[in-house]
Design a protein around this ligand. Structure first.
Ligand code: ZN
Length: 423
C-alpha cells in the first residue's frame, strides 16, 4: 500500500537549521529543487483521489564541514515502513553484489568462523552470496515486507532500525562483525552521528567496515540532481566522509570508485586503534582530486544550481517539441529518482504517457505526484512509442540492450542526464 501521511504527523522543521553532523547553522543553499512527494510511495488507483503531501527538496551546504544535506521532513518509519524497492529486480545490481562477496571473502579471508553483518540488507540480495560460501551472516532491515523475502531465501534478518541501542545489544551477545556492510544506507540516515557510532560499536577490533554511497563529486560533475530525494538526507564527498569517520574513532584505509548510482564510493574503514592496516594511496589521491574540484571551500558547489536549471529547460524543450509533432513518448523504469526529475521539470502524463517497470509491486500503480501510470514492460511492444525516456539512466546500457526491439518501428531512446541525449 502507498504510504499516507496526515498533516499532524509531519515533523516540523526546527526554527534554525543545523548541520546533522557538526551542528553548525545551515545558511547556504546548494540547490533548491522545489516541492516533491515522497519518491518511494507509489499510489494505487484507489489512492489517486486522496491527494498527496509534497515536501521541499531544498539542499543546503554546511560551510563548516561541507556536508551537503537535506532537512529531515518525514520520519524514516514513514518512508521505509513499506518500502517498494526490492534490490533483486536488477540484474546488474545482483552481479555487483556477487562480485563484492567474492572480493571481500578473498581479501579479508572470510570463512565459516567469520561473521558478516549487513545494515539495511534489503531482500538479502547481497548476503545470499555469503550464505552460499558458508559464511555466517545477519541482516538488519527495517522494512518488514522486504525483510520477509530475505528470510525466505535463507538470510537471517532482524526487522529493526540500526542504531547504537541495537549495536550494543548485539555486541553484548558477542555478535560483533568481522565484516560490516553499509551499502546505500549512510545517505538515508537522519541521525548520522548515532548511526556511525553504532557501526563502530558493532565492529570487531580487527573488523572491516565497508560503506557504499553515491559520491558527491560525481553528482556535481555529472549533473545527477535527480539522485537528490527525500530519502537521501546527506550527500558525501570523501573529505566529509573521512571527517565523520574520524569523529567516531574510525579511519578509512582504502576506497574504490564504482559506476553504480551514477558514480559511487566504496570506502573501507577500520577502528583507529587497529594500527596494522596501512592506508592505501587511493584515499589521499581522491581527497586531492576533491580539493582541486573546490570541494574544500564553497567554490566547488556554486555552479551546480544553474546547470540543473539548464537541464530542465533542455528536457522540456525536447518533450514540448515531441508533443507538438504528435510523437508518442513513454518512460522506462519507475525509480525513486524519477520523482525528483519529473516534479522539478513539471512533467506529467501529458508529456510522458506512461512508464513501465519490471518490479511487479509497481505495476498497476502510479508515479507519485505526476500519477503517470506504471505498466508491465510488454506495454512498450504493444504501443510502439516513438521515444522511450530512460528514467533510471544509470542502467541505460542494460535497458537499451533489453529494448533494442524499439528500433523495429524506428523508436529512439532519450537519456535525460547529464544532458538530454536522444539516441
Ligand atoms: Zn557541518
Amino acid at each position: 500500500m502507498a504510504t499516507m501521511i496526515l498533516p499532524s504527523e509531519v515533523q516540523r522543521p526546527s526554527a534554525t537549521r543545523v548541520c546533522r553532523f557538526c551542528g553548525s547553522k545551515l545558511e547556504r543553499t546548494f540547490v533548491d529543487l522545489g516541492m516533491s512527494p515522497l519518491c518511494e510511495s507509489y499510489p494505487s488507483a484507489s489512492d489517486l483521489h486522496r491527494g498527496e503531501v509534497y515536501y521541499p527538496l531544498h539542499v543546503y551546504l554546511c560551510e563548516q564541514c561541507f556536508l551537503v544535506q537535506l532537512e529531515e521532513y518525514e520520519t524514516p518509519q514513514k518512508i521505509f515502513g513499506d518500502y517498494a524497492y526490492f534490490s533483486s529486480y536488477s540484474d546488474s545490481w545482483l552481479k555487483h553484489a556477487e562480485k563484492y562477496c567474492d572480493q571481500t571473502t578473498k581479501r579479508f579471508r572470510l570463512s565459516a568462523e567469520s561473521f558478516v553483518v549487513e545494515v539495511a540488507s534489503n531482500d538479502g540480495y547481497l548476503l545470499q552470496y555469503f550464505v552460499r560460501q558458508g559464511v555466517p551472516v545477519l541482516g538488519v532491515e527495517p522494512a518488514a515486507n522486504v525483510a520477509k523475502v530475505a528470510v525466505e531465501r535463507g538470510v537471517p534478518t532482524l526487522v529493526q532500525f540500526f542504531n547504537t541501542k541495537l549495536a550494543k545489544e548485539l555486541a553484548a551477545q558477542g555478535r560483533c562483525a568481522d565484516l560490516l556492510i553499509g551499502n546505500n544506507v549512510l545517505a538515508q540516515v537522519p541521525d548520522l552521528n548515532d548511526f556511525v557510532e553504532a557501526l563502530k560499536i558493532l565492529l570487531k577490533p580487527c573488523g572491516v567496515l565497508t560503506l557504499e554511497f553515491p559520491h558527491l563529486l560525481r553528482l556535481i560533475e555529472r549533473n545527477e540532481f535527480d539522485t537528490i530525494y527525500h530519502e537521501h538526507f546527506s550527500y558525501f564527498s570523501m573529505l566529509s566522509t573521512v571527517r565523520i569517520l574520524e569523529a567516531h574513532g574510525l579511519k578509512a584505509f582504502d576506497l574504490e570508485e564504482l559506476t553504480t548510482h551514477g558514480g559511487s564510493l566504496r570506502v573501507f574503514a577500520s577502528r583507529v586503534e587497529y594500527q596494522t592496516r596501512e592506508i592505501e594511496p587511493s584515499v589521499a589521491r581522491l581527497i586531492e582530486e576533491e580539493k582541486r574540484a573546490g570541494l574544500a571551500s564553497t567554490e566547488g558547489y556554486a555552479a551546480f544550481a544553474q546547470r540543473v536549471k539548464e537541464t530542465k529547460l533542455q528536457l522540456l524543450d525536447f518533450l514540448l517539441t515531441a508533443a507538438r509533432q504528435g510523437k508518442s513518448v513513454a518512460g522506462y523504469g519507475a525509480p525513486g529518482k524519477s520523482a525528483t526529475l519529473l516534479h522539478y521539470c513539471g512533467i506529467g502524463k501529458d508529456l510522458i504517457e506512461y512508464t513501465v517497470d519490471r518490479n511487479p509491486y509497481k505495476q498497476g500503480r502510479f508515479l507519485p505526484g505526476s500519477h503517470i501510470p506504471i505498466y508491465h514492460p510488454d506495454r512498450i511492444r504493444e504501443t510502439k512509442p516513438d521515444y522511450v525516456v530512460i528514467l533510471p539512466w544509470n542502467l541505460k546500457n542494460e535497458i537499451m540492450g533489453q529494448l533494442q526491439f524499439i528500433r523495429e518501428w524506428g523508436g529512439r531512446f532519450v537519456v535525460p542526464i547529464p544532458t538530454v541525449t536522444v539516441c
